[in-house]
Structures are given as structure tokens and as C-alpha cells.
Design a protein around this ligand. Structure first.
Ligand code: NAD
Length: 257
């Protein structure tokens, strides 16, 4: 049976863990040749071994513009094209705004927002050369609503949301065949939760996601990376050919209230 992204070449940043890993595996399952990048080499190589086939792992800090040039160059050399970019790498630093250091503020902006900008900037020429593609930027429900102790994180994710819409319109105006959308996960079980709440005074332990979601999420349960990967696969595939500049919320109803 034909896969939904058969023969397409995909790049997934932060693909060694959590949602990125889920997306890389799901895209590969449906026929994509996947390049996983991350700064956790051991885990990234493990993901690629698990996928098998033509998947590749590259070490890549998304905040480093030179590294983006090398990664895109490597994708072009190995596969000759790029059809799908999932800008997923991200960090979450929970902290009251009065206690957040400027260094942490800048670090979070660098990974979550600069990283997405650099990905779009460096991937677009190769995508355009191949006649188009799909860029999926992972934002968050924190890019739609505010949350206490997450002001810095919300600022980055809100930025990703509107950056996505602006680039989508820029690509549409050029008729370059590139669609650009954002995905907004709710509470998904991944290692990021060790820092999202771990940095909050009085909450040095990661939160109990089951207790939290049963209280606040209308569907009453937490999500898993595969729940996000299904949405990313759809946006990456030609099934969503008429979809650009939109935001796909996958949150168990969290932001529906
Ligand atoms: P995760 O910690 O499991 O994965 C994040 C990955 O990004 C890690 O593998 C990490 O090594 C990588 N990374 C961090 N800094 C990097 C850098 N400078 N360069 C390259 N890679 C880097 O967390 P996750 O939950 O899977 O997060 C993935 C994305 O989903 C993030 O953008 C996050 O903000 C977003 N998100 C997660 C949730 C959730 O509940 N888990 C909710 C909303 C949004």
C-alpha cells in the first residue's frame, strides 16, 4: 500500500526525543526518507537505527546558522531535495517573570524562535528548487493562551504562530508551492515536562501529568507524541494541499473553553 508521504524527503529537528521522534517515525512509516537532527547524538542515532532504511541522523544545534547551512547542504547532497521540514526542537523554561534571568530568556528565544526562523530561511531555497513543500512549525497551546510562570515560553510560541502565518502568505504570494502551518500541542507526555515545571520555585519535581490532565483537559487524559505525529503527517502530506497559514490544535479540548 502506498504511504501518504511516499518518496518525500523530510527533515525533523529535535527528532531524538518526544514529539520530534514520534514525527520522524510516523513520517518514515508512511514512506518518507527522514533526516533526524538534534543535539542528543546517542538518542538521535537510536531513532534512526529504529527507523532503518534511508533515514539519517545529523548533529545540529538549531540556534547555529552555520550548522543550518551544513545540514541543508547534507540533505541536498544525500537526497537532492527537501519536501518536508518539521521545526520541532524546543525547550520549556518555567519561571516567574521577575526571576527569569536574561540569559534564560535569550536561550529560550534562541532555540524556540530563532531556530524556527533559521530553519525556514535555510530550507526554503531547496524546497523551492524542488517545486514546493510543507513546513510544519511546532508551537504550543502556550502560543494561543497565556500561562503563569511560562511568560518566556509563551512569548516564543506566540512568535512561532504569527511567524508561520506571515511566511505562509509570503510563499503563497510567490506561488512557490510551499505551505507553512503551525501545530499546537496540549499536554503531551515527553521529557520536556522536567524543565517546564521543574524550573518553577515550589515545583521542582516534574508535574503529575495524569492528575493535571484529569483536572484541566476536557478529554481528561494526556496526549502522546503519536497524537501530534498524526497531525504533522497530514500537514506534511498532499492531503492538506489547500491548507496554509493555519494552526492545528491537538490538545484534548484544552483551549476550547
Ligand atoms: P523533548 O524534550 O522530548 O524534545 C525536544 C528535543 O529538542 C530534544 O530532543 C532536545 O535535545 C532537542 N533540542 C533542544 N534544544 C535544541 C537545540 N538547540 N538544537 C537542536 N535540538 C534541540 O520535548 P517535546 O515535548 O518532544 O518538545 C518538542 C516540541 O513540542 C517543542 O517545540 C515543545 O515546545 C513543543 N511542545 C511540547 C508540548 C508537550 O506537552 N510535550 C506541548 C506543546 C508544545
Amino acid at each position: 500500500m502506498a504511504g501518504r508521504v511516499d518518496g518525500k524527503v523530510a527533515l525533523v529537528t529535535g527528532g531524538a526525543s518526544g514529539i520530534g521522534r514520534g514525527c520522524a517515525e510516523r513520517l518514515a512509516q508512511d514512506g518518507a526518507k527522514v533526516v533526524v537532527t538534534d543535539i542528543q547524538d546517542h538518542l538521535g542515532e537510536e531513532v534512526v537505527r529504529g527507523i532503518g532504511g534511508e533515514a539519517a541522523y545529523l548533529r545540529h544545534d538549531v540556534t547555529d546558522e552555520d550548522a543550518w547551512g551544513r545540514v541543508i547542504g547534507e540533505v541536498k547532497a544525500r537526497f537532492g531535495r527537501l519536501d518536508i521540514l518539521v521545526n520541532n526542537a524546543g525547550i520549556g523554561l518555567g519561571c516567574p517573570v521577575t526571576e527569569m534571568t536574561l540569559a534564560d530568556w535569550k536561550r529560550q528565544i534562541a532555540v524556540n524562535l530563532d531556530g524556527v526562523f533559521l530553519g525556514v530561511k535555510h530550507a526554503l531555497p531547496l524546497m523551492r528548487a524542488g517545486g514546493g513543500g510543507s513546513i510544519v512549525n511546532i508551537s504550543s497551546v502556550a502560543g494561543l493562551n497565556g500561562a503563569p510562570n511560562l511568560a518566556g515560553y509563551c512569548a516564543t510560541k506566540g512568535g512561532v504562530r504569527l511567524f508561520t502565518k506571515a511566511v505562509a502568505l509570503e510563499c503563497a504570494a510567490l506561488k512557490d508551492g510551499v505551505r507553512v502551518n503551525s501545530v499546537h500541542p496540549g499536554v503531551i507526555e515527553t521529557p520536556i515536562w522536567t524543565t517546564v515545571m521543574g524550573g518553577t520555585p515550589g515545583a521542582n519535581e516534574p508535574p503529575d501529568l495524569d492528575a493535571m490532565t484529569s483536572m484541566f483537559v476536557p478529554l481528561g487524559v494526556k496526549g502522546f507524541p503519536k497524537d501530534i505525529a498524526e497531525g504533522v503527517l497530514w500537514l506534511a502530506s498532499d492531503e492538506s494541499r489547500y491548507v496554509t497559514g493555519t494552526e492545528l490544535v491537538i490538545d484534548g479540548g484544552l483551549t476550547a473553553r
